[in-house]
Design a protein around this ligand. Structure first.
Ligand code: ZN
Length: 399
């Protein structure tokens, strides 16, 4: 199953320089910054203006651009949103606000104050691989910079207070007043983006059953590739899940399993580009979605604290618990409802029950060039495979 796709690709050796106007110096790709991977080409320089979280929402009394002129300048905004803003805000919205006000480009960074949820997930101040999800002609060049670099940009030349960004974030979190500041730092951004044609391919395999219904076991195979010349190996995300479905398929076939419901194994592509592969499947399902009893999705399943995080939608959680008992892993399961993000989402939206399996705890290399095979834990992979095997067995022979 495949479809043609044109995507922006960043050429190797991008450059970001930051400093006082006469003293710009290059910062390092991967640790200090990552260009937004679908950003347009850049060849520009400008003064950096801090614009809080970069949010404009008159109904909530928020205008992070109040009191500053960002025309022909470079905006620096924090990722995420303050708690007092109740509805979600997307990165694409923030880029639109900056562009509408004449900004040449933007820098974005995780603020020094983390949400408890982010801290639990192991979010750090390092830049991550990221797509802005805006068409090229609606985007401006942008980069995700490290929290440390953002702190340096904000540090006042008079008092060199490195905690100034933290103070600003505290104020932004407390009330909606604008904290925008024209900094004494400048940035220059230089890189080339080209449009490349490619083929998005989902690979499918079938283990036939006795009846008309189906179980799907999926894992995405794609990752970020080598944008800007930097390799993202994607061992945990998601060679680990790919290895699990291959192993589960091997064991089920070797065992001569001839279940009630057929099993469809799907290796998705395009997950990192807004779930393109699973959306493609839903638009052209191999078997009717109404005959698809459950979709099991395995993603980043090779590192962490040894526990399994299992998200269940549309079916009784007891099935997921019983599979844990059958696999001897009942003490290691953490069961939840909907798990946000991943290839199960289009299935859930189409009304198919889903089970998502992720290894529990912190994934420190998530969307970073350091997600290499040597960081994976074979025991965790084995437990995930054992669990998915038990779950698939039950669901495929179930009602
Ligand atoms: Zn993933």
């Amino acid at each position: 199953m495949a479809t043609l796709l044109s995507t922006p690709v960043l050429a190797p050796d991008p450059e970001l320089r930051i400093g006082a106007i006469e003293h710009l110096s290059a910062v390092s790709l991967g640790t200090d910054y990552l260009p937004i991977f679908d950003a347009p080409s850049a060849d520009l320089q400008g003064q950096i203006v801090f614009a809080g979280y970069g949010i404009v929402d008159p109904a909530q009394g928020i205008d992070d651009y109040a009191g500053v002129d960002v025309n022909n300048r470079i905006v620096l905004f924090l990722r995420g949103k303050p708690d007092h803003l109740k509805h979600p805000i997307s990165h694409a919205d923030k880029v639109r606000f900056a562009r509408e006000r004449g900004a040449l480009a933007y820098l974005t960074a995780t603020g020094p104050i983390l949400h408890p949820y982010e801290a639990r997930r192991g979010v750090t101040g390092s830049p991550s691989a990221f797509y802005g999800q805006l068409p090229l002609d609606h985007a401006i060049p942008g980069a995700w910079i490290s929290t440390t670099l953002a702190e340096q940009i904000l540090a006042d030349s008079n008092n060199a207070a490195s905690d100034r960004l933290r103070t600003l974030q505290e104020q932004l979190n407390r009330n909606p007043s604008s904290r925008s500041i024209v900094t004494n730092h400048y940035a220059s951004l230089r890189w080339n983006t080209t449009i490349q044609d490619g083929l998005l391919t989902n690979v499918l395999g079938v283990l036939p059953g006795r009846g008309p219904d189906w179980i799907i076991i999926g894992a995405h195979r794609d990752h970020f590739g080598k944008p800007a010349g930097l390799l993202f190996p994607g061992a945990d995300d998601n060679a680990s899940g790919t290895a699990v479905i291959l192993e589960v398929a091997r064991v089920l076939i070797k065992a001569g399993f001839h279940p009630r419901h057929s099993i469809l194994f799907v290796s998705f592509s395009g997950e990192e580009r807004d779930l393109l592969g699973s959306r493609l499947y839903i638009s052209r399902p191999l078997v009717p979605l109404t005959a698809t009893k459950t979709m099991i999705n395995i993603d980043h399943a090779g590192i962490g604290n040894g526990r399994l995080t299992v998200g269940v939608t549309g079916l009784d959680k007891r099935v997921a618990l019983d599979a844990g008992t059958a696999a001897g892993l009942q003490d290691r399961l953490d069961l939840f409802g909907f798990f946000p993000g991943g290839d199960h989402v289009p299935f859930k939206e189409a009304g198919v029950p889903t089970v998502t399996v992720v290894s529990g705890g912190v994934h420190p290399h998530f969307h970073r060039p350091t997600d290499t095979a040597d960081t994976l834990d074979p025991d965790i992979l084995r437990n995930v495979a054992r669990y998915v095997l038990a779950l698939a067995w039950r669901l495929a022979d179930g009602p």
